[in-house]
Design a protein around this ligand. Structure first.
Ligand SMILES: [Zn+2]
Ligand SMILES: [Zn+2]
Length: 145
């Protein structure tokens, strides 16, 4: 068992009111280029780390953690005091995306790009680029350059 599988990582919102902890290793890590992630993050790409719901605990400030759901598949969680974004719940998985920037101690090792068909920022790496999502995640599985 590598240390990654037993590690815990702490994260928090922009002001520190909401604190979370994740334990173990994430199921997947990657970059999402979809227009919704970009608009929500106000950034050209979102670094995601996916966890089983049981791996993620809100340790402080749960009352200040609000949810915005533009679509039923993504429950986007943010701090109502500072507006800082923390994570997205994907109930269909079920899994939780804790944005990579929220977990400074996690060694972020993305293994693929999703929704590269909507990309505005081409990251110079050799990772697979899915046009939307892998088939196992309900996508077309189609790859783009
Ligand atoms: Zn906050
Ligand atoms: Zn996205």
């Amino acid at each position: 068992m590598s240390s990654n599988e037993t590690a815990t990582h702490k994260g928090q919102c922009f002001c520190g009111t909401v604190k979370i902890e994740v334990s173990g290793a994430p199921m997947r890590m990657g970059y999402c280029h979809c227009v919704d992630c970009r608009a929500w993050a106000a950034a050209p790409v979102n670094g995601f780390t996916l966890w089983e719901p049981s791996q993620v605990t809100v340790t402080e400030g749960e009352d200040d953690l609000s949810t915005f759901a533009k679509t039923p598949g993504s429950l986007r969680k943010f701090c109502r005091k500072c507006g800082g974004h923390v994570m997205s719940e994907h109930p269909a998985g079920p899994y939780i995306d804790v944005y990579s920037s929220v977990l400074p101690s996690l060694d972020f090792q993305p293994s693929f790009h999703v929704f590269h068909g909507e990309s505005v920022l081409d990251i110079a790496d050799e990772l697979p680029r899915f046009k939307d999502l892998p088939e196992e995640a309900g996508g077309s599985g189609e790859m783009v350059g």
